[in-house]
Design a binder for this molecule. Structure first.
Ligand SMILES: [Zn+2]
Ligand SMILES: [Zn+2]
Length: 589
C-alpha cells in the first residue's frame, strides 16, 4: 500500500499559491477570488451525507472539471433496518463524474467520516489525503477489505493543491487525535469546513486548536462556512479532556480493587490519560477488545500513545497481577452486544470474570439509541457486585463537539459571508442557523440543505438547488452493497413481527390432483408442538381451498396460490390476531 508523505514542511506549507493568484494579488492587493468575473462558472457544494442525521458525512466541491470530496463516512443502521451492517452515502454522482475526481480529504478518523472509503474505492480510484492517525485507521480498514489505495499524509499547516482547489489544513481539537479542518481556496472564494471540533485549550497532546489561524483567514474573507452543529442545542462550553483526567485521578485515589474502564477505542487521548493515571498509581494496564487492541497498537506505533516499559500486560496474563495493581481498558462503552465489556457482564469473557468489588468505569455517554443497551450492561455489572461509575454519576466523559459559546467564537473569528450548518439532525441545523443569525448573520445568507442538494456559488449569486444528486442512504448487508432496499426491509420487518408459514404441496399436472401434502411448516409464528390443533385446522383450510378450486378446473398455479394464501391468512388472523408471511410452494410432478 502506497503511504507517501507529502513533501511539505510541517507548518510551512501555506506559501503554495498559483501564479495567477500571485499576479492578481500583485495588481490589486486582493486575492483573486474577491472579484469573480460575470457569468463565471459556479462552485457547487453538494453534500451526499451528514445533513439531517449524525453520520455518513460526505461533501463534494465541484468547479468545472474538478471535484474534491471532504470526508466519506458511514452510519450505523437504525432499529428498522433489520440485518443491515452499515449505511453509506449514495456514490452515484461521484461515479458519474469520476473523471473529475481529484481526491478525498479527511478531517479525522471517526467512522462517520472514514467508514465509507472502502466502498467508495471499490467504485472509483482516487488519492486519499489525511493526517497520520486518520490514514492509519483508514489503512487498517482497507486491509480488512483487501483494497489497495493511494494514501497521502498531510500535516496541520500544509497546503495541498488538487485541481483548482488549494486546501490548507488547520489543527483543531476533537475526541480523536490529529483532527483538522480545511480552508479551501476556490475560484469562487474561500470555503471553510470545520470538521468535527471543540475548542480545547488544554488538550492531552498539547496541540491546541489554531485559533490564530482562524482569525487570519476570517480577516481575509470566508465566502462559505460549513460548521459542526452536533451540540448547537447545548449552552456554554464543552469541558476540556483535562477534566476527565482529574476525575480519573480522584476515582483511582480511593480504589483498592481492580479497575476496568470502557471507552471509545478511537479516543487515544483518553486512553493515554488512563495509562498515565494507572502509572501514577502503580498499576499495570491490560487491553481487551479487538478494536481497542488494534487502535492502541496503531497509536503506539505512530507515537500517539506512549506507555512506559513494563506497564502493558497481556490480557491472558492478568491472573498473576494483584487486583490493586491492575487496570483493564476495554471496548463496550456503548453496550454493544459482542463487545468485551458486555462479554464480561454476561460471563462470556475468556480472561475477565467480574467479581465483587471490581470498579468499573464507563467513560462515555450513550450515543442516542444505545441507552437501553448501556443500562442493561450497567445493571448486569451491578448484579455481579461491581461498583459501576458512569456519566450520570461523575465527569468521566466530555463531548468532542463544540457547545454554543464555542460555535459563537468560531463564527466571530471566521465571519463568513454565507453559512451552511452541517453535521446534525434538522433540529441541530435549525438551531445553529438561529445562532448564526443572532450573531448578525443575514438570514438569506444561511442555507440549510438536504443530502443531495446543491449550493451554487458564483460571485454574489448563491443559490440552492434541490436534488441535484441522490441523497439516499445505501444499505450494506454482508458482501451486498445497495441490494437491500425498502421491499426487502419490509419483508424482514414482517418476518420479524409475525414469522413465516410455508405451504408445500405436490400436484400431478396431468390429473390436477394433490399427490402429496399440503404440509405446513412455520418459523417464528407459533411453537408447533404446542399448537397442533391450530396447525391441523390450518392444514384443513388449505386442503379445502385446493380441493374446491382444483375440482372446478382452475389450473393456473398463481391463482391457486393466491386463493390459498387469502384463505389461510383470514383463518390465522381470526384465530390468533396475527399476520405471518405465507409462502405457498407447489411442486409439479
Ligand atoms: Zn468525530
Ligand atoms: Zn462526526
Amino acid at each position: 500500500m502506497k503511504n507517501q508523505e507529502l513533501n511539505k514542511g510541517k507548518g510551512t506549507g501555506r506559501s503554495t499559491r498559483t501564479k495567477t493568484q500571485a499576479k492578481a494579488k500583485a495588481k490589486t492587493g486582493k486575492p483573486a477570488h474577491r472579484a469573480p468575473k460575470k457569468n463565471a462558472s459556479p462552485l457547487k457544494v453538494i453534500p451526499l451525507g451528514g445533513l439531517n442525521e449524525i453520520g455518513k458525512n460526505m461533501t463534494l466541491l465541484e468547479y468545472k472539471d474538478d471535484i474534491i470530496i471532504i470526508d466519506c463516512g458511514m452510519s450505523f443502521p437504525d432499529d428498522g433496518m433489520y440485518g443491515i451492517d452499515s449505511v453509506i452515502p449514495d456514490f452515484d454522482y461521484v461515479i458519474k463524474n469520476s473523471e473529475k475526481l481529484k481526491g478525498v480529504i479527511l478531517t479525522h478518523g471517526h467512522e462517520d467520516h472514514i467508514g465509507g472509503i472502502p466502498y467508495l474505492l471499490r467504485m472509483v480510484r482516487c488519492p486519499i489525503y489525511g493526517t497520520r492517525l486518520t490514514l492509519g485507521l483508514v489503512e487498517n480498514k482497507l486491509i480488512e477489505h483487501g483494497i489497495d489505495a493511494d494514501l497521502n499524509i498531510i500535516y496541520a499547516g500544509d497546503t495541498i493543491k488538487l485541481g483548482v482547489f488549494e486546501i490548507e489544513t488547520i489543527r483543531t481539537t476533537h475526541s480523536i487525535a490529529d483532527a483538522v479542518c480545511f480552508a479551501i481556496n476556490t475560484p469562487a472564494g474561500m470555503i471553510f469546513h470545520t470538521g468535527d471540533f471543540k475548542i480545547d485549550y488544554t488538550p492531552v497532546d498539547g496541540e491546541p486548536i489554531d485559533l490564530g489561524r482562524f482569525a487570519e483567514i476570517g480577516n481575509k474573507g470566508v465566502k462559505l462556512l460549513m460548521m459542526d452543529s452536533t451540540n448547537a442545542l447545548r449552552p456554554g462550553f464543552t469541558a476540556s479532556e483535562k477534566v476527565v483526567g482529574q476525575t480519573l485521578e480522584t476515582i483511582f485515589q480511593g480504589v483498592t480493587s481492580r479497575i476496568i474502564i470502557a471507552t471509545f477505542s478511537s479516543n487515544v487521548h483518553r486512553v493515554q490519560k488512563i495509562v498515565n493515571t494507572a502509572v501514577k498509581f502503580g498499576r499495570k494496564v491490560a487491553i481487551s477488545g479487538r478494536s481497542m487492541e488494534n487502535v492502541v497498537n496503531l497509536a503506539i506505533d505512530l507515537g500517539y500513545i506512549t506507555i512506559p516499559a513494563g506497564v502493558l500486560v497481556d490480557i491472558n496474563k492478568i491472573k498473576n497481577i494483584p487486583d490493586k495493581e491492575l487496570v483493564i481498558i476495554t471496548t463496550g462503552s456503548q453496550g454493544e452486544p459482542m463487545s468485551a465489556l458486555t462479554r464480561m457482564a454476561t460471563n462470556d469473557h475468556k480472561f475477565v470474570q467480574i467479581k465483587k468489588g471490581d470498579c468499573i468505569i464507563l467513560s462515555s455517554t450513550p450515543v442516542p439509541g444505545n441507552e437501553n443497551a448501556v443500562s442493561n450492561v450497567v445493571n448486569l455489572l451491578f448484579q455481579k457486585g461491581a461498583e459501576v461509575i458512569y456519566s450520570d454519576i461523575a465527569d468521566i466523559h466530555v463531548s468532542g463537539h463544540a457547545c454554543r459559546e464555542e460555535l459563537k467564537l468560531m463564527h466571530s473569528l471566521l465571519k463568513p459571508e454565507y453559512f451552511m450548518p452541517v453535521h446534525g439532525e434538522f433540529r441541530h441545523l435549525k438551531t445553529h442557523k438561529d445562532l448564526a443569525i443572532s450573531l448578525g448573520q443575514k438570514e438569506d445568507h444561511v442555507f440549510i440543505l438536504e443530502n443531495g442538494d446543491c449550493l451554487s456559488i458564483a460571485g454574489k449569486t448563491v443559490t440552492k438547488t434541490e436534488g441535484v444528486a441522490s441523497g439516499e442512504a445505501v444499505l450494506v448487508d454482508g458482501y451486498g452493497v445497495g441490494d437491500v432496499g425498502n421491499i426487502v426491509l419490509r419483508d424482514r420487518k414482517m418476518l420479524s413481527e409475525a414469522g413465516l408459514i410455508i405451504i408445500v404441496a405436490a400436484i400431478e399436472d396431468a390429473t390436477n390432483e394433490i399427490v402429496s401434502g399440503p404440509d405446513l411448516i412455520s418459523r417464528g409464528f407459533v411453537y408447533v408442538r404446542e399448537n397442533e390443533d391450530l396447525m391441523g385446522a390450518a392444514r384443513e383450510v388449505v386442503t379445502d381451498v385446493l380441493d374446491k378450486y382444483m375440482s372446478s378446473g382452475v389450473s393456473d398455479w398463481n391463482i391457486l396460490k393466491g386463493k390459498v394464501r387469502d384463505a389461510l391468512k383470514s383463518f390465522i388472523y381470526e384465530n390468533t390476531g396475527r399476520t405471518p408471511v405465507i409462502l405457498p410452494i407447489f411442486m409439479e410432478i
